[in-house]
Design a binder for this molecule. Structure first.
Ligand SMILES: [Zn+2]
Length: 463
């Protein structure tokens, strides 16, 4: 077996790992590299292998940094199957279409500048029809259903507890008369998730390919700290203001809807209108409702004992731009959940522009904000910011809850590795900035005397 690191080595995006087994080529994930525009275009256009030469593709989960280059892979000649779970396929349907629209808008913007410089126009990496066509290659099955995907290679998905449908990939490999078990962790969740089950324990593992996003870092809040949301919301609504929650459309928004649903159900929150203002979030919420096979016990019971975990009286899911604009004239207290989570784009910008100067407003951050983004500036306490080209004084209260992270931190990753059984002969670390992966490698060596290594781009391991 030969493993080549074709992406997400020394960085957290562009997950792509090529396995060669019994003369066949299997690609694990086909993620989009996200970085500076020019660099990203180059890296995403050119694969480190011939797409037509692949025999199978296995997809761990639907996040764009793991799935986002699939339409391009098909466009460049891949004709085989893409194996994933049911929920991953359904989320890819909306997320790849959304990514295609972003690719088109990006290229349109770039081409405006290129025309001015008399440079030839570029074509987008892929279009919405490409995104739709590649979905026809998806072959889906549930966790724990062992499937033969190539000669001498059986695939089983087990739960990763990271995103709806997210899986750890187990390959039972039979090569040259030897049987061995390979694990690709995909992205590993924290456990105790609001909606999802805990990451499952992999057994009898011989070789590990593992993420290391939070190597050397610990989350400040426990996964259950979302209960603090009750206090923050009660205080904010007591002030009779609006609560604006910038949130990623997929997963974070659905977690919030469920938490709000539970608080209302137990009478712990006063009834005020709640709006989810993002077409992608509305589509994603529909998909979540259709996949109880991914829910933890509490949400599963809620579904069968009570009702749809993602709907309740007073919740409005908004797709149209007119309805979104109508929220601007709303005078009474309300909770508005809108994308994007870092406030870099999306409808949340209108709500911020209209409400930041009102001291009764609360802005609640529930996710990570990269440095220099508008969300980061608000969290850092900037008193004046630019929103949609206008200078705005910040009089609103800013609150932060960091408990919702989808990624296990350093200790949680170590515990995940520790629970795993088997000979664990070698561990290769991907999906991390170099110092994060290095810190986790040291953690594995110190704690378990593991034979752990940090992967570098283009490097191959034979085993
Ligand atoms: Zn992910």
């Amino acid at each position: 077996m030969k493993l080549t690191f074709c992406g997400a080595a020394g960085t957290t995006t562009g997950s792509q790992h090529l396995l060669e087994i019994n003369g066949q080529r299997i690609l694990l994930d086909c993620g989009l590299y996200q970085g500076r525009r020019h660099d990203a275009l180059e890296r995403n256009r050119h694969f480190r292998f011939d797409p037509a030469s692949l025999d199978a593709v296995v997809l761990s989960h639907a996040h764009i940094d793991h799935s986002g280059n699939l339409p391009n892979l098909s466009r460049q000649g891949y004709r085989g199957n893409v194996y994933c779970t049911f929920a991953t396929r359904d989320l890819c349907q909306i997320m790849l279409a959304d990514s295609a629209r972003i690719q088109e808008n990006d290229i349109e913007w770039l081409n405006k500048h290129r025309t001015r410089r008399n440079e030839p126009p570029l074509t987008p990496l892929y279009t919405p029809p490409d995104a739709e066509k590649c979905l026809r290659q998806f072959v889906t099955f549930d966790y724990h259903r062992k499937m033969t995907i190539a000669r001498g290679v059986d695939l089983t998905f087990i739960d990763a507890g990271h995103l709806l449908g997210a899986a750890q990939v187990i390959l039972d490999v039979n090569e040259d008369g030897r049987s061995r078990r390979f694990l690709f962790s995909g992205d590993v969740g924290r456990g105790d998730d609001v909606l999802l089950r805990d990451p499952e324990t992999a057994e009898d593992i011989d070789f590990i390919l593992m993420e290391s996003t939070y190597g050397g870092r610990e989350h400040e809040m426990s996964p259950q700290a979302h209960e603090k949301i009750e206090g923050i919301l009660k205080r904010a609504l007591h002030d009779c203001g609006k609560v604006i929650i910038p949130a990623f459309a997929v997963e974070r928004t659905q977690q919030l809807i469920y938490v709000l649903n539970s608080l209302l159900d137990s009478g712990r929150l006063p009834r005020v209108p709640i709006f989810v203002d993002s077409p992608l979030a509305v589509d994603a919420t529909e998909i979540f409702r259709l996949h109880p096979e991914c829910f933890n016990e509490e949400v599963y019971e809620f579904l069968f004992r009570k009702r749809n975990p993602f709907h309740f009286d007073g919740l409005s899911l908004i797709r149209s731009a007119d309805q979104s604009r109508a929220l601007n004239s709303l005078k009474e207290p309300a909770i508005i959940i809108a994308a994007s989570g870092m406030c870099e784009a999306g409808r949340v910008l209108h709500h911020l522009k209209n409400n930041l100067e009102d001291p009764r407003t609360t802005v609640l951050f529930v996710g990570y904000c990269a440095e220099q983004t508008l969300g980061w500036k608000l969290r850092e306490g900037f008193r004046e910011i630019n929103v949609l080209g206008e200078r705005v004084r910040v009089r609103a209260k800013i609150e932060t809850l960091d408990s919702f992270s989808g990624h296990a931190d350093h200790s949680e990753l170590l515990a995940y590795y520790g629970r795993m059984t088997g000979r664990k002969e070698q561990t290769w670390l991907v999906h991390g900035e170099p110092e994060r992966s290095e810190a986790f490698k040291n953690g594995l060596r110190d704690t378990f005397r593991a034979d752990a290594h940090v992967a570098t781009l283009g490097h191959s391991v034979t085993w």
